[in-house]
Design a protein. Structure first.
Length: 284
C-alpha cells in the first residue's frame, strides 16, 4: 500500500476494526496495530493527540496509561462511511427529477465554501459551475443538516427540478461527473485484488495465509476501497455507462473481505487482550 497520511490510517483502523468495540483502546494496542503500516510509536502518539484536539477522538488518561475512544463526531463520520462503503447502490428508483443547490458564500468565509464542496461531492452532487450543483438523489435532509452544521443556511438555495427538452441526460452527466475515470478505477481495483482473492480462498483455510497477514490485507483492502464513495456519486443505473464495473469490484471486495474477516478479527483480539484493563468508569 502506498504511503498514506497517518490520520487516514487511524480512521481506517477505527472504522474497520474498532468501531464497535465496547471499551476505549489502549495507546499501546494502537501502536502495535499501526506499526505494520509504517507508523512509529512517536508518529502514532502524535497523530492520536492531534485527532483528539480536532474532536475526532476522545483521549483519556488513567494512571500511567492512555486510552483513546471515538468522539461523537468521529463516530458519526465512520458510521456514515461504513454505510457507503458496504452498501453502495446504483439501483435506487429515480423519477427523472434533479435536486439543485445554488450557493453564494462571501470571500471572508471561503474556507466554508471549500468544506461545502467536499461534502457535496461526498453526497453525490456534480458541479454545473458558478456555484450550481445537481444530484439525482433526494438529499434534502442531508443538505439541511450540512448547512446547519456549517452555519451557511442563509447562503444556500435548493430546488427540485425536471430537465426540459428532448436531450438525453448523458450529456449532462458527462459534464458533471467523471464516470469514465471512476469506472477505470474500479477496473484497476478488480485486477489488483482478484489474485489475492484466489490466493486467500485456499490459503486462509490451509494456514498458508496467517492471521496477521489477513489483518494487513483486510486493512489495505478497506483502505483502498473506501476511496470510492469519495469519487463515485452512485448515480441511478439508467445514468451509468453500459459497461459499468462498480458492481464487479464491489462483489470482489465483499468476497475477499468475508474470507479475511474472521482471522483478522482474531489477530486484533489478540493484540487488544494484552492491554491493561480499562476502569469501569471509563467504559462506554
Amino acid at each position: 500500500m502506498p504511503a498514506q497520511r497517518p490520520q487516514d490510517l487511524v480512521f481506517t483502523l477505527y472504522g474497520e476494526y474498532l468501531l464497535h468495540r465496547d471499551e476505549p483502546i489502549w495507546v499501546g494496542s494502537l501502536i502495535s496495530l499501526l506499526q505494520p503500516f509504517g507508523l512509529s510509536e512517536g508518529a502514532v502518539r502524535t497523530v492520536l493527540s492531534r485527532m483528539a484536539r480536532k474532536g475526532w477522538l476522545d483521549g483519556q488518561r488513567m494512571g500511567r496509561n492512555s486510552f483513546y475512544d471515538l468522539a461523537p463526531k468521529g463516530r458519526r463520520l465512520l458510521e456514515e462511511g461504513q454505510e457507503r462503503i458496504f452498501h453502495p447502490s446504483w439501483d435506487g428508483p429515480w423519477d427523472g427529477s434533479w435536486f439543485l443547490l445554488a450557493y453564494s458564500i462571501p470571500e471572508d468565509v471561503r474556507h466554508l465554501r471549500d468544506r461545502l464542496r467536499d461534502r457535496l461531492a461526498w453526497l453525490g452532487f456534480g458541479s454545473l459551475g458558478n456555484g450550481l450543483w445537481i444530484s439525482p438523489h433526494d438529499v434534502e435532509k442531508e443538505v439541511r443538516a450540512l448547512a446547519q452544521q456549517l452555519g451557511i443556511q442563509q447562503h444556500l438555495e435548493c430546488f427540485r427540478a425536471q430537465r426540459v427538452g428532448n436531450q438525453e441526460p448523458q450529456a449532462l452527466v458527462d459534464r458533471c461527473w467523471d464516470l469514465p475515470g471512476v469506472n477505470a478505477h474500479y477496473v484497476e481495483f478488480t485486477e489488483r485484488w482478484r489474485t489475492e482473492l484466489d490466493r486467500c480462498e485456499t490459503g486462509v483455510s490451509s494456514g498458508d495465509v496467517t492471521a496477521e497477514e489477513c489483518f494487513m490485507l483486510r486493512f489495505d483492502l478497506i483502505h483502498e476501497f473506501r476511496a470510492f464513495p469519495l469519487e463515485d456519486p452512485y448515480l441511478p443505473r439508467t445514468l451509468l455507462p453500459e459497461q459499468w464495473h462498480g458492481g464487479t469490484a464491489t462483489q470482489l471486495f465483499h468476497a475477499l473481505h468475508d474470507v479475511l474477516e474472521g482471522p483478522a478479527d482474531q489477530y486484533v483480539d489478540g493484540i487488544l487482550a494484552a492491554a491493561p484493563s480499562v476502569p469501569a468508569a471509563a467504559e462506554r
